[in-house]
Design a protein around this ligand. Sequence first.
Ligand code: FAD
Length: 508
Amino acid sequence: PTTLRLILGDQLNLNHSWFKEKNDDVIYLMAEMRQETDYVTHHIQKVLAFFLSMRSFAKQLQKEGHTLKYFEIDHSDNPQQLEKLIRQEVEKEGVKKFEYQLPDEFRLDQQLNQISENLSIEHEAFDTEHFLTQRNELKEFFKGKKTFLMESFYRDMRKKYNILMDGKEPVQGKWNFDHENRSALKDKRLLKKPKTHPKDVKELLKTIEKAGVKTIGKIDKDEFLWPTSRKEALEVLDYFCESLLVHFGDYQDALTTWDPYLFHSRLSFAMNSKMLSPIEVVERVERYWEEHQNTISISQVEGFIRQIIGWREYMRGIYWAKMPEYSELNFFAHERKLPDWFWTGKTKMKCLSESITQSLDLAYAHHIQRLMVTGNFALLAGVHPDEVDQWYLGIYIDAIEWVEITNTRGMSQFADGGIVGTKPYVSSANYIKKQGNYCDHCAYRHKEKLGEKACPFNSLYWHFYERNREKLEKNPRIGMAYRTLDKLKNKKEILDQAEKYLNEIENL
Ligand code: FAD
């Protein structure tokens, strides 16, 4: 072969033009590396998901006749580090050219730039042919603007890709059906079992452990349930259309002890690893809806599509517009460390124990658990965004920095001071109570602000506003909160209660 082509673990796009035809001049290279298992402590299921998906992808390419070299984590010639790996293989294979696909993470982008510059052979980078926008497109779109409004970007995407459009107008006359998508789930019988793909991972678990990879989280009965091939991911997508889409929007923001997944698609890992492309997911869902308009309302479908062609692309654009500075932003100068119970789920607050335990058990929590339970608490408590980032980047099956950091540091912690969101996502117990049944099973009382049983969210909420008065009071979307705060009868007692809770945060 004359060309070495690198494929990273999150570049599992079987439809990439690289693979359109067999080429004896090309050798593909994939490797499970300590460099990637160790840059943060990952959930065990996340490591399994990547290794299993990479292995099945490699097999598929080999089956199609491509030449591919694969280093498993315990292979004796595996250098475990990207530069060493590329140098070793360039030399061994005697190739004249090195090619790679543009990585999604800043860290790897820097590294690959550097490595290629240092090679004495020719090199070239290719698009991953996955996203609907180019890396720097969002930056261009908002050029000269102070705020990057997701909504205007989203509408542009709808038009550009002709998704849910009726000529130049949005179908059914509206761009946004968000206000219809906010219910708590009242009837358990609506719930459906997730479409899972059980696999026995005993051997691979042993290998990972033997290699010394440190992980967090659990795996139940050694059985792994996530889709790890394109075929399986397509089955999860079909199942979503047929069984979950009908209620997706309605219960998108619901919180319940009854079920971890509700009507969410569980497709984030399949998309982030590029086994599925965002446009095919969206088009499949749109088509399914067109054929079932009598049973599925537009609000379910629009809510879903907005997440993918709106939020997902938007977050990626913000990442490339704002990195590397973004990873250091700490608007509120928060300093606290995350309580230890974020790694055990052992807290008396039911919303947090549910959301954290579920994350440790499944490497999954849905959006509102991430944003309005764990994220909300960390922000109210004043946890350092680095700590929060590390936790989110490790624990979730879908956590890759470009989408994790923008959601965590930006949307959830407002550490960017308002690039991704116009105001911090914080709430007292009131919101959590309204969205479901967590408060019904809690040791604390959601209605109380004072006293031993008062829900910590209630006093911490006001403490957050009080201590950040200077930074937030002038924000027109927030002013109202300060008027309420200043009228509170027991303001001093409430703030004292918050101080007390913060002092004993490990015991909450
Ligand atoms: P569904 O609810 O079925 O949504 C469908 C798809 O929409 C998702 O698969 C995802 O690709 C996309 N999507 C939805 N919301 C967002 C969003 N805010 N940003 C980008 N894409 C979105 N998502 C990740 O993929 N990786 C992360 O590391 C990640 N970290 C997050 C951290 C925090 C603090 C928060 C608040 C959100 C985070 N999200 C992240 C977004 C979202 O929570 C997950 O994409 C979603 O829960 C994945 O589950 P699902 O596939 O069942 O999603």
